[in-house]
Design a protein around this ligand. Structure first.
Ligand code: FAD
Length: 367
């Protein structure tokens, strides 16, 4: 049986970024993917690299700041190694009132609009009624980036291959194998692969792989994509209480997204897509002329406390990096870096012990 140094289970952005990181350390890496690489949550995401304290759980802020800071170099590295272009935009985000939780340490002054809303986004409908979310006085500007996650994952797959990582696609990992009390490889639906280290990056499905019942669950998100009727009709990402708009450089615009407890169902529901589209039209009436290009649903990897699960597991040689919920695209660079350090037996440069699976010691898997 061929042998690798490390097996990464799951070829989403988390597994792919980590595979590249491990490869940089000189390890021989195998990525095992149950379907097609990069076609689950990482394909379905909007790609906002949220960098607004009011919207980031306190337990994630240090990681979020580190990861968003790493992004330009992360993208440049993937572009260089893959030869593919990644749409990374730095225009910034307009947050309309109602999104903040009120617990933000950030003063509104730090997030003041650089110019009046009507100048920043002329197509945005400014509603002066008292409880409106677009009256312009309750809008904030956040200097954050957004990325096209499909470009990103395609480049990460190509970069990992270019570096010599092996892939086994259409091959579901059923369990991590243990010999002499340590991880020794994985058993799949087709075969067995041997490695001294295994890392579970299986997203919403991570809890289905033995021997540890990680408490992940799918949180369904439906979205749609339209062709903007005018070039740069909207330039910023716009986040309103009930919808967000993500313009892409090629003229497309994503409109999202729901957050539903619907098991592993990835069907889109026409009424839900219509509602999202209507919420976008309420914000930008000119989108009435926008052609719908696509609608889809993806499964965010949720956990009971909404935070990722990172680090070692009770089985030596077996690691986990999952549960990134709404922020896995944003958190991929820092996750890869810290998990690379942990798997190399080093102390990670950011303490992630609070994100260890140990916090779920009393968790009992449900049928
Ligand atoms: C609608 C929507 C919008 C989002 N918007 C954003 C956003 O704006 N910004 C942001 O940062 N994040 C966003 N997210 C969240 C982001 O998509 C996820 O947090 C991130 O993609 C998780 O990456 P992952 O690699 O862990 O999971 P995935 O991309 O789901 O990858 C896991 C992989 O593991 C594979 N797998 C599962 N089980 C097995 C098995 N047993 N054997 C082998 N392979 C297996 C799967 O097939 C899959 O390819 C959004 C998500 C959705 C659904």
């Amino acid at each position: 049986m061929k042998n690798w140094d490390a097996i990464v289970v799951g070829a989403g952005i988390v597994g792919l970024s980590l595979a590249i990181e491990l490869n940089k350390q000189g390890l021989r890496v195998l990525v095992v993917e149950k379907g097609e690489p990069g076609r689950e949550a990482s394909w379905a995401a909007g790609g906002m690299l949220v960098d607004y304290p009011a919207e980031t759980p306190p337990g994630l802020r240090e990681l979020a700041t580190a990861s968003t800071g790493m992004y330009p170099e992360f993208v440049r590295g993937l572009e260089d190694e893959s030869g593919l272009k990644i749409d990374l935009r730095s225009v910034g985000t307009i947050v309309l009132a109602g999104v903040e939780t009120g617990q933000s340490p950030a003063t509104p002054r730090a997030y003041a609009l650089p110019r009046p809303l009507a100048e920043l986004e002329p197509a945005l409908r400014i509603d002066r009624s008292p409880d409106s979310s677009t009256d312009g006085s309750t809008a904030f500007y956040v200097k954050e980036r957004c990325v096209d996650p499909r470009h990103l994952t395609a480049a990460a797959i190509a970069a990992a291959r270019h570096r010599g990582a092996d892939f086994s696609s259409g091959d579901q990992v059923l369990a991590v194998e243990v010999a002499d009390g340590k991880a020794s490889g994985v058993r799949t639906s087709k075969t067995r692969f041997a490695a001294g280290m295994v890392v579970n990056c299986a997203g919403a499905w991570a809890g289905q792989i033995g021997p540890h019942p990680f408490p992940t669950r799918p949180v369904k998100g439906q979205m749609l994509c339209v062709a903007q009727p005018e070039k740069e009709l909207v330039r910023h990402v716009v986040r309103a209480p009930n919808v967000y708009l993500i313009p892409r450089s090629d003229g497309r615009m994503l409109i999202g997204a729901t957050a539903e407890e619907a098991g592993f169902d990835k069907q889109t529901v026409p009424e839900t897509i219509t509602k999202l589209r209507q919420a976008a039209l309420d914000l930008v009436p000119k989108l009435a002329d926008a052609r719908i290009l696509e609608a889809w649903a993806g499964l965010r990897p949720g956990t009971p406390d909404g935070l990722p699960i990172l680090g070692a597991t009770p089985t030596p040689g077996y690691f986990v990096a999952t549960g990134h919920f709404r922020d896995g695209i944003m958190l991929a660079p820092v996750t890869a870096k810290l998990m690379g350090q942990i798997m190399a037996g080093q102390r990670p440069e950011i303490d992630v012990s609070k994100l260890s699976v140990d916090r779920f010691v009393n968790y009992v898997a449900r049928d």
